[in-house]
Design a protein around this ligand. Structure first.
Ligand code: HEM
Length: 499
């Protein structure tokens, strides 16, 4: 039915009306925090405050420290931003963060991580919600008991020989080494054993699939993939409706082929392992409902979580030790002392005695938290104790770890590498959350620490390391990745120690 007698005029009226409705809707939406009396950053339609540029893209990752700094400047314990059109609360006070993550966890049980039924691999422990998450978490926590961790350490000892043989080829001034590659190959060896029960010998055969897997999860950011991620972040409902996935194809294909084959092979040949895959197979045999899609998606998140986190953390530990020779000597002396006590064996108990090494790890995770943000979603209306604000059900929350960890209010001279901050095993400092906190913290924090420390022990025990002239004195963070990554490649020189 025409409003006027002219169709062109009618079309113009219709378009203008829609534009005006959108304008007022967006204006209303973008004043959400203001209406609640919460300071907010100025949003721009359609991305709100989400950072994005092509071709390389900015990601929400380390960028969020800018949100943090803006609200801290105002002295606010929290502030509002908009991701797309969605109002998101950024927490800048360590006590408020702790209350949300730990004390009042029941109001924040879920993480606003995108998943889509069109891409089953994306439905995993990281993204699951409610009862589904609780059941999965209970199942997988049992993989990281002290008894299991003890057997995993034997795997790491097996893989050490390959690492040393590889580094010998570069040592004593022959060539400098891109250290990320070394820690990546070693952690890939150990992780493959833990998850799938076999020694991949990545240093020798470069098991291309496993080896490229970790990096592909975090770094294969082509412009098209960036655009997909942008949509899943800013407009998740639309992304789900369009069937957009947030796991890149290379990674998805790996999981879909590799894991079902491995499960089938074990069942057919009646082979048992002490590994993650066995846990899944046993659970299924014991009657736990577990589809192949679930097996693939949970293995995916454990492989993704296990590989890149520890590889990157141990890389930075080695970088800082190469820079701070006095710390390196202290770590080495500790290694030798404990090695003697345990007659050359690396065991769970011996590793737990490396208290100075643990301080180095704590300090590295403070300055360079690999997971840059914690994410939660409010699942029932919640009044922050002692504050005026009621967080509405459905509101996403963002806790910027890089912001907290580099805040001089919590850590004086925050960019100074100083392991003595963590004397007396004190890693319970205010604002220090490298593995998150509360019931939804990192399920494998102890394994992550063990893998990182073992990698460093294997290197420092056998080599004196120093920075190559190619390596800069300060590491610059990249802002085009969700997790912490650097603009510079780190090269180190190795000098063999005759043990
Ligand atoms: C240095 C190593 C690691 C660091 C720094 C790290 C950090 C984190 C952080 C900050 C979270 C979010 C916690 C929260 O929201 O409160 C997390 C969650 C998670 N991590 Fe780790 N992680 C590491 C190693 C690992 C390893 C080795 C695995 C697996 C083998 C793993 C698997 C996971 C999983 C599955 C979750 C989701 C847990 C849940 O929602 O229930 N992480 N990690």
């Amino acid at each position: 039915m025409l409003v006027t007698s002219n169709i062109t005029t009618d079309v113009i009226i219709a378009i203008s009306t829609i534009a005006i409705i959108i304008y007022f809707y967006v204006k209303h939406q973008y004043s959400y925090w203001k209406r609640l009396g919460v300071p907010q950053l100025k949003p721009t339609f359609p991305l709100g405050n989400y950072p994005f540029t092509l071709p390389k893209g900015l990601q929400i990752g380390a960028y969020t420290r800018r949100y943090y700094e803006a609200f801290k400047k105002l002295g606010a314990p929290y502030g509002g931003v908009y991701i797309g059109l969605t109002p998101t609360l950024v927490i800048t006070d360590a006590d408020v963060a702790k209350t949300i993550l730990v004390n009042d966890f029941n109001n924040f049980t879920d993480r606003n991580m995108y998943s889509s039924k069109h891409q089953p691999v994306s439905v995993n422990l990281l993204s699951q919600t409610g009862k589904e998450w609780k059941a999965a978490r209970a199942k997988f926590t049992s993989l990281f008991t002290t008894a299991k961790l003890r057997s995993f350490i034997n795997f790491a000892a097996t893989c050490k020989q390959d690492l040393v043989a590889y580094l010998d080829e570069f040592a004593d001034g022959k060539k400098d080494v891109a250290i990320r590659r070394v820690t990546g190959l070693y952690v890939a060896d150990v992780t493959t054993m833990i998850l799938f029960g076999f020694h991949a010998h990545n240093f020798k055969s470069e098991n291309k699939e496993i080896n490229s897997f970790g990096r592909a999860v975090f770094e294969s950011f082509t412009p098209l993939y960036q655009l997909k991620l942008l949509l899943t972040h800013c407009y998740p409902k639309l992304a789900r409706f369009l069937g957009v996935g947030n796991v890149n194809k290379e990674v998805e294909d790996f999981g879909n082929v590799y894991i079902p084959n491995a499960v089938e092979y074990r069942i057919k040949n009646n082979i048992r392992g002490i590994d993650f895959l066995q846990l899944l197979i046993d659970a299924k045999k014991a009657g736990v409902e577990l589809t192949m899609d679930e097996m693939v998606s949970q293995s995916f998140i454990f492989a993704a979580g296990g590989l890149e986190t520890s590889a990157s953390t141990s890389m930075v530990m080695l970088y800082e030790l190469a820079k701070h020779k006095e710390c390196q000597t202290k770590v080495r002396e500790e290694i030798y002392r404990i090695r003697e006590k345990y007659e050359g064996k690396t065991t769970y108990d011996s590793l737990m005695e490396h208290t100075y090494l643990q301080q180095v790890l704590n300090e590295v995770l403070r300055i360079y938290p690999f997971v840059t943000n914690l994410y939660r979603i409010c699942v029932q209306d919640y009044n922050i104790p002692g504050r005026d604000l009621v967080i509405e059900k459905g509101t996403p929350l963002l806790i910027p770890l890089v912001g907290f960890h580099r805040d001089p209010d919590y850590f004086p001279e925050p960019l100074k590498f100083d392991p003595s901050r963590f004397d007396d095993k004190n890693d319970k400092q205010k604002g220090y959350l490298p593995f998150g906190a509360g019931p939804r913290n990192c399920v494998a924090a102890r394994l992550g620490m063990i893998q990182s420390n073992l990698t460093v022990v294997a290197v420092i025990e056998n080599y004196e390391i120093s920075l190559s002239p190619k390596t800069p004195d300060t590491l610059e963070m990249c802002e085009n990745s969700f997790t912490l990554s650097f603009k510079n490649e780190i090269f180190l020189n190795f000098k063999k120690i005759q043990n």
